[in-house]
Design a binder for this molecule. Sequence first.
Ligand SMILES: [Zn+2]
Length: 426
Amino acid sequence: MVPPNVLTELEQRFIRYVRIDTQSKDNAPDFPSTPGQWELLRLLADELRHLGAHDVTLTQWGYVLATIPATAPAPDLPTVALLAHVDTAPDYPGGNVRPIVHRNYRGGPIVLPDDPRQVLNWENAPELRDKIGEDIITASGTTLLGADDKAGVAVLMTLAACLLADPHIPHPRIRLCFTPDEEVGRGVDHLSLDELAANVAYTLDGEGAGEIVYENFCADRAIVTITGVAIHPGSAKGRMVNAVRLATQLAEMLPRDHDTPETTEGREGYIHLHDIRGNVAQVQLRILLRDFEEEGLRARAELVRSLCEQIQRVEPRARVECVIERQYRNMRYWLEKDMRPVQLAEEAIRRAGLRPVSVPTRGGTDGARLTECGLPTPNLFVGTHNPHGPTEWISLQDMARSWETCLHLVQLWAEHGHGYQGWQGA
Ligand SMILES: [Zn+2]
């Protein structure tokens, strides 16, 4: 059971954090990409110092790092890092958020007052059915809420407060880390694993209660450049080679009613042509390749390559180049060497009274990148729903379930973490 004062603390922190505009920005020259993120990062560093956390630092790249010293010291226990990101998505307005707490939800639609066309109901928010009697937090209709990921931030700060105040809860050394610019895909670009100094980590950035993610796509990208022969159309006969036409031919040859994002789900992969730009002289096509297994990913790359070769054969005067760039890999490949990070999280979720649900994520996460660098980092739920838009919502009680899960998790590591290896330094 979660004590009532924890619910109050979670709510107060959450409301305070979502009011700060921390929207990140694509292709910005700075890191973090926006000044609002610094405001929240500084505030978190100050709060952690007030709470008595050790080694509180705000790095030059905008990472807040802090230590909660072990209360169950044993030389062979790993250090466990917990991460959340402070930025909100650039896809929808994220400034002047006016959070609204709908106490003791009674069922039925929730109308958002600043734009009454924005309504939460059981069609667009089916999980609301299970939240009768809970406290639902939404924005006011014209902005996103930012529960992604300020719920994660509020949960970790409230957990830190609790652990620092009560030395009787046994846990190993814990590192807290708050990161900027996750939503623009750069969240761990400047995070040093040596600085983080943990053997295993979790991101708190997941959705529905009970969810744990330790599988994600293997991802590559194909960049196809078609170079034609440009010439004035008036004297083009027999001489022009139109790269635009060749590009559309290639686009037509790619799978259309299968193996695309719009026709797949679950564990199915895809080939996603998402950007074409250019002219008669040259066109570039950008194609995302996704599959849960490396084998399948290779097969998709091969298909794109062979289609490029076909185009090349049909029009030898053009130049068709296909470059495959590596993006990220399924974190399961690293985790399956020692599944303890997943098993202990599942047990923590059960102890919080929930059923663990493992959903393979159809994207990458900061955790996937960290795992690939050698720091095993599954992702845990915080209770966010409908992120990145005006109907984003969260149940305060789900946030409390996330808090409780983390509280069990750190104690489980003290009990069962002996000898765990994970990240061992560069
Ligand atoms: Zn997030």
